[in-house]
Design a protein around this ligand. Structure first.
Ligand SMILES: NC(=O)c1ccc[n+]([C@@H]2O[C@H](COP(=O)([O-])OP(=O)(O)OC[C@H]3O[C@@H](n4cnc5c(N)ncnc54)[C@H](O)[C@@H]3O)[C@@H](O)[C@H]2O)c1
Ligand SMILES: O=c1ccn([C@@H]2O[C@H](COP(=O)(O)OP(=O)(O)O[C@H]3O[C@H](CO)[C@@H](O)[C@H](O)[C@H]3O)[C@@H](O)[C@H]2O)c(=O)[nH]1
Length: 338
């Protein structure tokens, strides 16, 4: 069964391609390498023993997208990861984000709605909840006004899919709202490859640990949490990847209850910034150089998932602990800097 994975050489996409191939799916990747490297293909082959088909293509090229679907008429499902994801950059260049994250989604949906039967998994984010009023966050929590154009693209992306599904019963879709994916494949053949200075906590920690950055700034220790730092739900990327396979199988087996469904992907456990640092210190056996700095604008105090819906309906749950995820992130960082 042939599955298209857009952004399949990126962080979450590459781990998902491995899990799909392990389950016997035939994978075609589209990626323009704007935030990834062609070498990721070698990592995928090293783990799964299979080379996916790869097309280097910019999905903003509508006619290329049309030709691709014409050529690959036998695609049974699409997992759409390709997007731009830097929150700060989205504030500086909103149109890039609206074009890449929403224009491309429209092009893909236009092709999928031409088919007799089509399935789509969409990468959404817990950012749609903003600062939720209640913890843990269920899928029924209201969507709050977005803090950034990036956040907006995830909300509008969900709306575009929902509206399209209403009038296209042949299209079945699932939006997965990721909490904070971290870590690397335990084989350390693939992992996260942030370009430039990492904006996210875990790659900043591991780059500081390896000596690439001098010091981590902890953005605020005066939040109303136990140790004063923000709380997030950090989930191992392999657990996230496996959820995509399960969600896709649900659609392929026509087990979905509606043609647009939403699931949280998290562990259900919140960890503070200081807890993440302590986990790093434990698994690496070294002290991390960090200082307390000002709050970062736009950060929510806490966000962790209620995972019951994914546990019960998808029959999926996250298995890896924070320490396991941090260990894999650290192993990966050491490998790529060696
Ligand atoms: N990583 C996170 O913390 C997180 C959290 C929530 C949601 N998401 C979403 O999950 C998805 C995957 O995230 P990721 O962390 O793997 O990001 P990533 O940047 O590592 O992967 C995205 C991939 O898409 C490719 N791409 C981007 N624009 C493209 C285009 N126009 N044509 C072809 N390829 C293109 C990039 O080269 C990259 O390989 C994104 O939609 C992101 O917004 C990520
Ligand atoms: O150098 C740093 C980087 C981060 N943090 C803190 O660490 C926590 C996590 O930050 P980060 O890793 O940037 O994740 P989030 O801010 O939760 O955002 C991520 O997770 C969201 C939900 O999935 C996505 O929408 C975003 O794109 C993605 O960047 C926050 O409290 C930050 O203030 C620091 O203290 N120092």
């Amino acid at each position: 069964m042939k599955i298209l994975v857009t952004g399949g050489l990126g962080f979450i996409g590459s781990h998902t391609v491995v899990e799909l191939q392990n389950k016997g799916f035939e994978v075609v990747i589209i990626d323009n390498l704007s935030n990834s490297s062609i070498n990721v293909l070698d990592g995928i082959v090293a783990i799964s023993g299979k080379k996916p088909l790869f097309e280097k293509m910019d999905l903003r090229d509508k006619s290329a997208v049309q030709s691709f679907f014409k050529k690959h008429g036998d695609i049974e499902g699409v997992i759409h990861f390709a997007a731009s994801k830097a929150v700060g950059e989205s504030v500086e260049n909103p149109l890039l984000y609206y074009e890449n994250n929403l224009g491309v989604l429209v092009y893909i949906l236009q092709e999928l709605t031409k088919k007799d039967r089509a399935r789509l998994i969409f990468s959404s984010s817990c950012t749609v909840y903003g600062q939720a009023d209640e913890m843990p966050i269920t899928e029924n929590a209201p969507v709050k006004p977005a803090e950034s154009p990036y956040g907006n693209t995830k909300q509008i992306g969900e709306e575009i899919i929902k509206d399209t599904c209403k009038v296209n019963p042949s299209l079945a879709t699932i939006a997965l709202r990721y909490f904070n994916p971290i870590g690397a494949h335990p084989s350390v053949e693939i992992g996260e490859l942030p370009i430039g200075v990492p904006q996210n906590l875990v790659p900043f920690i591991t780059q500081t640990g390896v000596g690439l950055r001098e010091e981590l700034s902890v953005f605020g220790d005066d939040y109303p949490t136990e140790d004063g730092t923000c709380i997030r739900d950090y989930i191992h990327v392999v657990d996230v990847a496996k959820a995509h396979v399960v969600a896709l199988e649900r659609l392929l087996e026509n087990k979905n209850e509606a043609n647009y469904e939403v699931f949280n992907l998290g562990t259900g456990k919140g960890s503070s910034v200081l807890e993440v640092i302590h986990s790093f210190e434990k698994v690496s056996g070294q002290k991390l150089n960090y200082k307390i700095a000002n709050r970062r604008p736009g950060d929510v105090i806490q966000a962790y998932a209620d995972t019951q819906k994914a546990n019960e309906i998808l029959g999926w749950k996250a298995y890896s602990s924070l320490d396991e995820a941090m260990k894999s992130a650290w192993d990966w960082e050491q490998k790529i800097r060696a």
